[in-house]
Design a protein around this ligand. Sequence first.
Ligand SMILES: [Zn+2]
Length: 356
Amino acid sequence: MLDKITELSHEYGTPEYIQGGGGNTSAKNEETLWVKPSGTTLAELTEDMFVAMDRQKLGKLFETEMPVESSAREAAVMDLMMAAMYPYSSGRPSVEAPLHDTLDATFVVHTHPQLVNGMTCAKNGFEVCKRLFPEALWVEYVDPGYTLCSVIRGRIKDYVASKGHQPEMVIIENHGIFVASHTAGGIRKIYKTVMNGLRKEYKKEKVSPHLEVGVPPSATLKEEITKVLQKVMGKEAEGVCASGAFKVASGPLTPDHVVFMKSYPLIGDPTAKVLTAFKAQYGYFPKVISVKDGVFTVGPNEKNAELTMRFAKDGALVEQLANGLAGVKYMSEQARGFIENWEVEVYRQKVAMGKT
Ligand SMILES: [Zn+2]
């Protein structure tokens, strides 16, 4: 079972399905759930890295009264999850472990493909989903973490009540897809159906599934822009990544995009005055800067800036696809605010645990 889920993790850990450490996979039998640890990428997963959890203890999560305040709730959930881990197991289970446990199927593969998110971020996403994948369970946007797990758990119960079995596909607005099957072949078959169905739909709507990127900016332009970014943003812009021009996403698409790119890019030349005004308006400096001849991403180091560029391109394609349907629909103010604060909380916890 573990070799099969590792193989699936690598297969669906490619940029077509996921960027950075996003997405998660699991396998289970009656007693045990093996789930991807947080902070690892699907592509790098090895069999011994899966976190082994006692399903009986994990099930208690939904029988326990949880604090209402979100960071206290997330902390209580994490405590219960750590307590459900077998003593021989190490790592930190993915926050979505309880959702993996709720799905009865042996294998669960959760990803954020651009083709899927073009639909989940479209104004008519629900209609398109219902028409293309009538058997899928569509769930309107939910804050990630425990809320996501408990809301979807309830929706799965409703689904079972009306259809007599659990869904094989759970598609979440402004987020991504969960695919569940008892066999690895089943997972592949469902993903193929989803990806091919969407490819046909975009073709019908005459929207390209590829992002057009212009020629790389000149060394002089990169130097000029890097200089001003570093002067104004200091350590936050130690890493700068440059790309040829493309049409960047203008707002918050999914939780992962907000985590890496913040909710809004800066469109226009980044002068000191413009950057300061941007920060005054949004509370942070931009992570993505789009000028006429290129796109620049910044981070505390090169690696982070490069990862942000991957998300910028991913988001640009998602927005392009969504606009090819009935138009892009961004996350609500409340939803993006939750992620921006959630990140702070996660970071704070990391610091508290001595991990940074
Ligand atoms: Zn996700």
